[in-house]
Design a protein around this ligand. Structure first.
Ligand SMILES: Cc1cc2nc3c(=O)[nH]c(=O)nc-3n(C[C@H](O)[C@H](O)[C@H](O)COP(=O)(O)OP(=O)(O)OC[C@H]3O[C@@H](n4cnc5c(N)ncnc54)[C@H](O)[C@@H]3O)c2cc1C
Length: 291
């Protein structure tokens, strides 16, 4: 359980980090909280020649309002997201999700940027990020570009970040009135990772109809995805218990669920239906100001 030899570099600015990432290319790995990278290095599943520790770039740890959206620095830890008053007030889905990640130690060290960039199929944030239609900012020596989160997760442990890019900011847009959100997760008891996790953002229109809905699902397939079949079945309809029951059945539509020692594909599919239904009900109650 000892990593292969590597050279450790701790840049003092983002610009310096970007130059290092560009120079060392595939031979380098960025280190943020280290809670995903270090286990891989200890198992020698990752053997970078250079480890570029961005942990000292303190100006990349923030949660603030900026030009009408909430901007979050990539080094913001799960614990900081969980306890942020701004997020609890204006984007409660993120603190709710952060609160159920791993254990206290993981939440104190792990970062939002690290979790999104790692794209573990059982990670929690990707579901919330999809439900919130987040934007991911990727910086390189050539400048910065914006990636809509629906184009960010490409496959298991694979994102749209290009070689030489560092995830430099996450943005969440403003919340519409009468919006309710919820995250429901069946966790793997040893690690806390999601066997299935479902994040819902529900916007109510007049007369109790679904004006808009976005549902992000993690744990089920090789990458997190939007449950578009469920969303289609809900949009424009008047909310009833039966509507949620029926729509949730399509939670795994078009997905080949993963099967491993923690849960079979069939169990995961069934749990996706159950947790989608629960998340919809809770988001609906919150949209009505009841929870
Ligand atoms: C025991 C345990 C339990 C856990 N339970 C859960 C859980 O229940 N739910 C959950 O979601 N997660 C869980 N995790 C994972 C945890 O949340 C990690 O902290 C997170 O996935 C990675 O964040 P990090 O800051 O530690 O990233 P690191 O481990 O430092 O990096 C992860 C990867 O992302 C890259 N990277 C990091 N930052 C950037 C950046 N800004 N730009 C580009 N690339 C970057 C790194 O090069 C590396 O490839 C658990 C981890 C452990 C060890």
């Amino acid at each position: 359980m000892i990593p292969a030899q590597f050279e450790y570099v701790a840049p003092k600015t983002l610009e310096e980090a970007l130059r290092l990432v560009e120079r060392h290319g595939d031979e380098a790995k960025i280190l943020a909280g280290g809670h995903s990278l270090l286990p891989l290095m200890k198992l020698r599943l990752a053997q970078p020649r250079y480890v570029i520790d961005i942990g000292r770039l303190h100006n990349m740890n923030y949660i603030r309002e900026e030009n009408g959206y909430i901007a979050i620095g990539p080094l913001t830890t799960h614990a900081e997201i969980e306890s942020s008053t701004l997020l609890r007030t204006k984007c409660p889905l993120l603190p709710e999700t952060a609160a159920v990640i791993g254990d206290v130690q993981v939440r104190n060290r792990g970062t939002l940027g690290g979790s999104l960039a790692h794209a573990d199929p059982a990670a929690d944030y990707p579901a919330a990020a999809l439900a919130l239609d987040m934007e991911i900012i990727a910086a390189s020596t050539a400048g910065a570009r914006t990636i809509p989160v629906r184009e960010f997760f490409l496959d298991m442990l694979t994102t749209a970040l290009r070689p030489g890019e560092i995830l430099s900011q996450v943005r969440v847009g403003p919340r519409a009135p009468h919006t309710g959100t919820a995250y429901e997760k069946l966790h793997q008891p040893a690690s806390g990772f999601a066997i299935v996790g479902v994040a819902v953002k529900l916007v109510l229109g007049s007369g109790g109809t679904v004006d808009d809905v976005a549902i992000g699902v993690t744990g089920l397939g090789p990458k997190a995805f939007r449950a578009t079949a469920v969303e289609r079945a809900l949009r424009g309809k008047k909310v009833t218990e039966k509507l949620f029951e029926d729509a949730a059945h399509d939670a795994a539509q078009g997905i080949e669920p993963l099967s491993d020692l923690h849960a079979s594909a069939e169990y995961r599919r069934e749990m996706a239906v159950v947790h989608t239904r629960r998340a919809l009900k809770r988001a609906f109650a919150r949209a009505q100001g009841k929870a």
